[in-house]
Design a protein around this ligand. Structure first.
Ligand code: IVH
Length: 675
C-alpha cells in the first residue's frame, strides 16, 4: 500500500472508530462487537506504525474512549485510567510474555510470575476514598477526565461507603461496575413489562444504569462491582499486585476471588483456555482475561506506552457469533399483554447450543436493525442470555425482502391471540393487548404463577398449563387448585400416577412464604427483591393489603410509582377476588421476620434519618438499620426511638429535641452500626 492510500484508509478508520467510541461510551448503544472494534483499532495501529509520520495526537490510538456526556459534572482523574493491549489468541499471549522478558533483559525461557484475572465486561469506575470514606466516584471518560457519578455509586450495595480500619488517608482505586446475567434478565423482563426499552446486553444495562442523572434509578438497578487496581500501588508500599488485591479485600472492597497466580506463561495460557470453557457458567459476562506481571517493581520498570501498561495484556476470547437467515418474525403476547417480536431463525450452532429464535424486543429495535424476513443476520449468544441479532448483512439482502417489518401490520392491528384491541400507552415503545381475558395473557400469567421463584408447582410445565387453559378447564391460577384427579388424568399423555403427583405438588404449595406469593401474583414492578422488602415490612398479607400509599412508600427501595402500582393492584376488584379465592382454596402465605441480633442497638427501635449523611446513602443507612432489627420512619413521633441527624437537619431534629428523643450525629451512628 502506498502512502496516499494508507493515509486515506487511516482517515477512514479514525472517523469510523470515533463514531463507534461515541456509540459505545456516550449512547451505550454499540453497533459493532468488541471484537470488530478491536479489529479496526488494530488495523489503524498497524498502519500508523508503518507510517509514524501520519500519527496525530487525537488519533483514536492515542486517546482512550470518548468525551464524557455533557450532562454530568466532569472531574479530572488523579492518575489516568489506562487501557490494555489485546492478545487475540494463545500465540499473542506468548508474544506478550516474550516482549516483557526482552524489556526486562530476561532469558526467553525464564520464569516470570503473573496474576491472571477475569476481564469483566462492564464499565470502569474510579473511586476516591479519603480517610476511609467514599468521597468521589467517576466513570473512565476519556481516561483523563471522567464523569462524576458519586451519588449513583453510593447506591451500589457492594461498594462500601466506609472502608475497614487501616485504610490509607487517600485511596484511588479502580474497578469495574457490572450487572450479573440473572439480574440483567430480570431487569429486562421488568422493562419489557413496563413497556420501556430493554437493554441489548448486561454491559449496556450496567452503563445505562450507572450513567443516570437520577440516582434513584441507579438504586433500583442491581449493579455489582469488582476492583482490580489502584492509582499508585508503589506509593502504598505494596510489593506485588496480589498483595494489593488482598489488602483491597481486607479494606472491604469487593475483589474477584476468581484469579490465579501463574508462575509461568504456560499456566496463564491454561487459565485462558479454562476460562473460554467456563465463561458461560459464570454469573456475569467476561470478554477475556487480564494477565498482569505480579511484581510491582518489575511493573514500574516496564512502564506504560501511550495508552496501555507494558506489564499487562488482555487475553480476548473468540466472539461467539454466527450468521444465519431470518425465516420469519413472529409476534408473541406476554403475561402483561406486551407484544414481542421474535425472529425465527434457520437453526445455527453458536456458543455451545443450537439457536432457532432471537428476541427483537420491540418495534424500535426492529427499526434500528432494519431487520426483514429473508435477511442474513449476525447473531450472538452471550452466556445464558437469550440470543440477539447484532446486525443485518444488508449487502446480502434477497430481492424479495423489500418491506420493512411492522408489528402492527403483521398483526393487522389486533392481538394475535384474542384478536382484541392493541394500544401503545404514552411514553412506552411497546404495543399491548388490553383484554384481561386474552388467552395468551392468561397462559403466561399462570406459567408465571407456577414458576420457580413464585409458587413453584413441581411438575407443572408450560405445555400442561397450555393444555388446561386451552381445554377451558383453567381460567385463572386458582382453578389449578380446583381440578380433580379425574380432570388431570383426562389430559393427553397423563397417567393416573402423574395426575396424582400434580395434585400432591399443588397441595405442597399451600404453605408458602409471603414474598413468593406476592411474586406469583405478578403485581407490576414487584419482583423478588421488592416482594421480599414488602414481606419484611408488613409481615402478613392482610397488613400489606391494608397499607396506605404513604406506608408503602416508606418501605426501603419503594418509590411512589411502585407504591401506586401495589395499591392499584389491591384496589382492583378482580385481583382482590383472585386473592380471596386463592386463600379460600387453602393457600396460606406467611412470613417470619429475620431474627435481628437481640443485642443490636437498633433492635425493635424506630429510627428517623434527617439531614445529610457523608459516608453512605440514605438507602444504605436504612438497609443497615433494618438488617439490625430496626425500623425506619419518615417522621418523628412519640414512638421514635432514635434520630440520626446530619448537617442540614431541621424540623425533625427540633421535634426530636422537644419530645426528648435521643439524637446522634453521623459518627455516633457509625459507632452504633459497628457495635
Ligand atoms: S486492569 C492498568 N483488570 O478492561 C491496567 N482491567 O481494556 C488497567 N477490565 O478499562 C486495567 N477487568 O475497564 C484490568 N481485571 C481487570 C479488568 C479490567 C475489566 C477493563 C477495564 C479497563 C479495560 C481495559
Amino acid at each position: 500500500m502506498d502512502q496516499t492510500t494508507a493515509e486515506r484508509r487511516i482517515n477512514q478508520l479514525r472517523s469510523e472508530l470515533r463514531r463507534h467510541n461515541r456509540l459505545y461510551y456516550e449512547d451505550n448503544a454499540p453497533e459493532i462487537t468488541d471484537a470488530e472494534y478491536d479489529e479496526l483499532l488494530r488495523e489503524l495501529q498497524k498502519l500508523e506504525s508503518r507510517y509514524p509520520e501520519l500519527i496525530t495526537a487525537d488519533s483514536p490510538t492515542q486517546t482512550v474512549g470518548a468525551k464524557p456526556a455533557e450532562k454530568f459534572q466532569k472531574v479530572a482523574h488523579f492518575a489516568p485510567l489506562l487501557s490494555l493491549q489485546n492478545a487475540m489468541n494463545e500465540e499473542e499471549i506468548r508474544e506478550f510474555d516474550q516482549r516483557v522478558k526482552r524489556q526486562l533483559g530476561l532469558a526467553e525461557d525464564a520464569h516470570l510470575e503473573y496474576v491472571c484475572e477475569l476481564k469483566l465486561d462492564g464499565l470502569s469506575v474510579n473511586l476516591i476514598y479519603r480517610d476511609g470514606r467514599l468521597e468521589r466516584a467517576a466513570t473512565r471518560g476519556d481516561g483523563n477526565i471522567g464523569e462524576e457519578v458519586t451519588r449513583n455509586v453510593r447506591t451500589i450495595r457492594s461498594i462500601p461507603a466506609l472502608l475497614a480500619a487501616g485504610a490509607p488517608p487517600l485511596l484511588d482505586v479502580r474497578g469495574e461496575v457490572f450487572m450479573n446475567k440473572a439480574d440483567f434478565q430480570a431487569l429486562n423482563n421488568r422493562q419489557q413489562e413496563d413497556g420501556q426499552k430493554t437493554f441489548a446486553n448486561p454491559r449496556n444495562a450496567a452503563a445505562g444504569s450507572l450513567r443516570q442523572l437520577d440516582p434513584h434509578i441507579t438504586a433500583s438497578r442491581p449493579l455489582s462491582a469488582f476492583f482490580y487496581a489502584v492509582g499508585d500501588p508503589h506509593a502504598l508500599g505494596f510489593a506485588t499486585h496480589e498483595e494489593m488485591m488482598r489488602q483491597l479485600a481486607a479494606w472491604k472492597l469487593p475483589v474477584n476471588p476468581q484469579r490465579e497466580i501463574c508462575r509461568h506463561i504456560d499456566a496463564a495460557v491454561d487459565f485462558y483456555r479454562a476460562m473460554i470453557e467456563k465463561r458461560h457458567h459464570l454469573p456475569y459476562d467476561i470478554d477475556g482475561i487480564v494477565i498482569k506481571v505480579n511484581d510491582l517493581a518489575l511493573q514500574k520498570r516496564l512502564g506504560t506506552v501511550s495508552r496501555s501498561p507494558r506489564w499487562a495484556v488482555a487475553g480476548k476470547f473468540p466472539a461467539e457469533q454466527a450468521e444465519t437467515t431470518v425465516l420469519d418474525i413472529d409476534v408473541q403476547v406476554g403475561r402483561t399483554g406486551v407484544l414481542t417480536p421474535v425472529a425465527k431463525l434457520e437453526p445455527v450452532f453458536v456458543g455451545g447450543v443450537t439457536v432457532q429464535n432471537a428476541t427483537l424486543h420491540n418495534q424500535d429495535e426492529i427499526d434500528r436493525l432494519d431487520v426483514r424476513v429473508g435477511d442474513v443476520v449476525v447473531i450472538q449468544r452471550a452466556g445464558d442470555v437469550i440470543p440477539e441479532i447484532v446486525s443485518v448483512k444488508t449487502d446480502r439482502r434477497p430481492a424479495h425482502a423489500t418491506a420493512s417489518f411492522s408489528i402492527r401490520r403483521k398483526v393487522h392491528g389486533h392481538c394475535p391471540s384474542c384478536a382484541g384491541e392493541i394500544v401503545q400507552p404514552e411514553g412506552e415503545v411497546a404495543l399491548r393487548c388490553i383484554n384481561p381475558k386474552c388467552p395468551a395473557k392468561v397462559i403466561e400469567g399462570i406459567i408465571h404463577f407456577a414458576a420457580k421463584g413464585a409458587v413453584n408447582i413441581d411438575g407443572l410445565g408450560d405445555k400442561l398449563i397450555r393444555q388446561v387453559v386451552e381445554k377451558g378447564l383453567v381460567k385463572s391460577p386458582v382453578d389449578l387448585y380446583r381440578l380433580t384427579l379425574d380432570d388431570w388424568a383426562g389430559l393427553e399423555r397423563m397417567a393416573e400416577k402423574s395426575a396424582q403427583n400434580i395434585l400432591d405438588a399443588l397441595a405442597a404449595t399451600k404453605q408458602l412464604k409471603l414474598d413468593r406469593f406476592l411474586v406469583a401474583l405478578g403485581i407490576r414492578h414487584v419482583g423478588e427483591v421488592t416482594a421480599r422488602a414488602l414481606a419484611e415490612a408488613f409481615s402478613s398479607l392482610e397488613a400489606l393489603r391494608g397499607a396506605s400509599l404513604d406506608e408503602l412508600s416508606r418501605v426501603e427501595d419503594i418509590g411512589p410509582i411502585v407504591a401506586q402500582a401495589i395499591r392499584d393492584y389491591f384496589d382492583d376488584l378482580d385481583y382482590a377476588r383472585l386473592i380471596d379465592e386463592l386463600l379460600a382454596v387453602g393457600l396460606a402465605p406467611t412470613w417470619e421476620k429475620k431474627n435481628a441480633p437481640a443485642d443490636s442497638p437498633f433492635a425493635g427501635k424506630t429510627v428517623v434519618l434527617t439531614g445529610e449523611l457523608a459516608s453512605m446513602s440514605r438507602d444504605e443507612a436504612k438497609a443497615r438499620i433494618v438488617e439490625l432489627g430496626g425500623k425506619v420512619s419518615g417522621s418523628v413521633s412519640k414512638k421514635t426511638g432514635l434520630v440520626v441527624a446530619g448537617p442540614g437537619a431541621g424540623s425533625k431534629l427540633r421535634e426530636a429535641q422537644k419530645l426528648n428523643i435521643r439524637v446522634v450525629d453521623e459518627d455516633e451512628f457509625l459507632k452504633l452500626l459497628e457495635q
